[in-house]
Design a protein. Structure first.
Length: 328
């Protein structure tokens, strides 16, 4: 199991980074239950920062604190462009777009009426038209919110979160309820946001989504920050070894080079029935050693395949301890 790191330093920022959201030693509690403990990170203009962790790790408490949806915290501070998102709600509100996992809209309201309301609040007349087109909702302006599917409501929430001159967008479980095509279109929209200089803070249970979108990822468990770095660095540090599968069946070899492979000193893993051998090691160094042993035995390199560790592997190893009760 990976040893937990306490309050790790963030990846270095460029000198010209403009910090939009700053979280310093944040602690959130509900009565005696501490949901978030001493968490620190920052989100810069044009950056997409992922916040990941098991259910109950404190993600929702963090994003609600950043969005100004939660009252005074137990300890630490949260600022958006130097302002307190809760105390300075009137000033911060127009700068922050929010899409929550379970966004609630009046069921008897029409899509177009919601768009008109948001355009008035954010002083951005006509801004919704292009966003509705982007998210496949252009023909739904006269539809009641109650008549939209769950995926449509999710897309509507994301569109509304982008209306106006927002500087920070908070996305909680970005693609819940979306089909694969809608997911990819949503990813493209989020990348476009960052390209325009908007800071994005998102949570997700889909590690492929996090890896595709996020420049850096903060990993939470039981309200504590375990790691904060790029997906690639987290994978390299915590993803574990590569796996090599050697298919010795059907090669025609009377005496497979099992002894020679054992002498490489690689860990052997249980494999499926047959003559398939699974080893773990580093790639490409140990992979090349395996290929050389096979070549010396007159066997082709094509009988060995490898699986490199993924960001999801790193995430699972990092959170490989059940969170304590009480975190949200």
């Amino acid at each position: 199991m990976t040893t937990k790191r306490s309050n790790p330093p963030p990846a270095p920022a460029r000198p010209d980074d403009e910090v939009v959201a700053r979280v310093e030693h944040l602690t959130v509690a509900y009565g005696p239950l501490v949901a978030v403990r001493d968490v620190s990170f920052r989100v810069s203009a044009g950056e997409i920062l992922g916040l990941v962790g098991p259910n109950g790790s404190g993600k929702t408490s963090v994003v609600e604190s950043v969005a100004g949806l939660r009252g005074a915290v137990r300890g630490g501070s949260v600022t958006v462009l130097g302002l307190d998102p809760h105390r300075d709600r009137d000033r911060v509100g127009p700068l922050v777009g929010v899409q929550l996992q379970e966004s609630q809209f009046p069921s008897r309201t029409r899509v177009g009426e919601l768009c008109d309301l948001y355009e008035a609040i954010y002083r951005a007349p006509g801004a919704a038209a292009a966003l509705l087109e982007t998210f496949g909702l252009a023909d739904r302006r006269r539809s009641l919110v109650a008549d939209l599917s769950g995926g449509m409501r999710q897309r509507l929430a994301l569109a509304l979160a982008q209306i106006g001159a927002v500087r920070l967008v908070v996305l909680d479980e970005l693609t819940t309820g979306l089909d694969p095509e809608q997911r990819r279109a949503t990813w493209s929209a989020v990348l476009d946001l960052a390209a325009r200089g908007v800071a994005v803070l998102l949570t997700s249970h889909h590690m492929d989504e996090v890896e595709a979108l996020c420049g850096r990822v903060a990993v939470l468990r039981a309200g504590e920050l375990l790691a904060l770095d790029t997906p690639a660095r987290l994978t390299a540090a915590h993803g574990g070894p590569a796996t090599f599968s050697v298919d010795l069946g059907g090669t025609g070899a009377d005496r497979p080079p099992l002894d020679a492979l054992d002498r490489l000193g690689l860990e052997r893993r249980p494999a499926a029935a047959g003559r398939c051998l699974e080893l773990t090691g580093s790639f490409p160094e140990d992979y090349n050693r395996v290929v050389r042993v096979l070549a010396d035995a007159g066997l082709p390199a094509s009988i060995v395949s490898h699986r490199a560790p993924t960001f999801e592997d790193a995430y699972l190893r990092l959170v490989d301890t059940a969170p304590s009760e009480g975190s949200r």
